[in-house]
Design a protein. Structure first.
Length: 337
């Protein structure tokens, strides 16, 4: 999906956006320092004249950004406070040095920089890169919810992300969906806010649960048994708040337990995960609205309002659940053939 954004995130800026196209390296560096943190930008010897395009779009919590640099660059970052940036490339390679680690980033190998130590990056020419920025508080709060305890030390991630397999592959798939939906026009964003917010929360949860960091051993420790009332409390909360962008960490707080224990309890007592139950409730709400349509009711608006952004997958699962297509439910409810 990121290949579809080969020329950037958007064509025209809105109130949530910032764009700069410039041949002035100082002007570009000043904007990037404002948005990302203290960095030094230098062109490498024998490369093209400087020309760059950078774009930023702010979502509810995360920041989506795109950068294209014509010359080969050397970028040095010296953070003064923790920041978290996940980078993925469209093509080519970059050399990274962070602490004692040296590695090569490519389209199949991303980089997650926790901003805990200096970083040096050496790029090739025509460097296209997507950066997703995570506020430290977002990761800290969600991890506290997943663990059902407060955390003291900053989260320190292993900087290499394998996009070709395992959790890294899932992370890149979510990123593709988030960039595809989060960079749509303002007009079409009106009915997709819940879906985009859900993708933001989902990405944070998958990163914390799947990518290695200094709390991974604690997060993946054996589950503890929960009482059935805790499962019921979470179910009731989901039924009352299914229209909100709930994360696994939110549900763990309601159950008064860790995310791992909550998932174990749901599988044991309900045969599904908490997020599977939430998805089931949202499908039921969509079906109910389509079965009692108002004059302005459409399948697209109803599905996206309940967080279903991929309409093809939504329609297929809807038919599997209810034995008919979403449009057939509307036609039947209106008495049409």
């Amino acid at each position: 999906m990121l290949d579809a954004l080969a020329d950037g995130l958007f064509e025209s800026c809105g109130p949530r956006d910032r764009q700069l196209i410039s041949r002035d390296i100082g002007e570009v560096a000043e904007l990037l320092q404002q948005k990302v943190g203290p960095q030094r930008y230098e062109t490498r010897n024998g490369t093209k004249p400087f020309f760059a395009k950078v774009q930023f779009r702010q979502l509810s919590e995360l920041t989506l950004s795109y950068g294209w640099f014509a010359p080969a660059m050397e970028i040095t970052s010296t953070p003064v406070e923790p920041y978290y940036s996940l980078f993925c490339r469209r093509h080519g390679f970059s050399e990274y040095q962070t602490g004692s680690r040296n590695f090569i980033a490519s389209p199949s190998c991303g980089t997650f920089l926790p901003g805990m130590q200096p970083v040096r990056v050496r790029t090739n020419e025509d460097w296209h890169v997507f950066r997703t920025g995570f506020p430290p508080a977002t990761l800290r709060i969600e991890l506290s919810r997943l663990l059902d305890r407060s955390i003291s030390d900053p989260v320190d991630f292993f900087p290499v992300v394998n996009f070709a397999d395992g959790p890294g592959r899932t992370v890149k798939q979510i990123l593709g969906r988030l960039y595809a939906e989060g960079t749509r026009t303002d007009a079409s964003l009106v009915v997709t806010v819940l879906g985009i917010r859900h993708l933001e929360r989902l990405l944070v949860t998958v990163i914390l649960e799947g990518l290695p960091h200094n709390y991974s051993n604690v997060l993946n420790k054996p589950e503890k048994n929960l009482s059935l009332w805790q499962v019921r409390a979470v179910e009731e909360f989901i039924l009352e708040n299914a229209d909100q962008p709930l994360s696994l960490g939110d549900l763990a707080i309601v159950g008064g337990t860790s995310a791992r224990s909550l998932q174990y309890a749901f599988r044991r007592h309900r045969g599904c995960t908490p997020l599977d139950f939430l998805r089931r409730v949202r499908f039921d709400r969509v079906q109910s609205e389509l079965a009692h349509p108002k004059q302005a009711t459409t399948v697209t608006d109803t599905a996206t309002r309940w967080g279903f952004l991929h309409l093809g997958r939504f329609a297929k699962e809807y038919r599997a659940r209810f034995g008919e297509s979403p449009s057939a439910t509307v036609r039947r409810s209106l008495g049409r053939p």
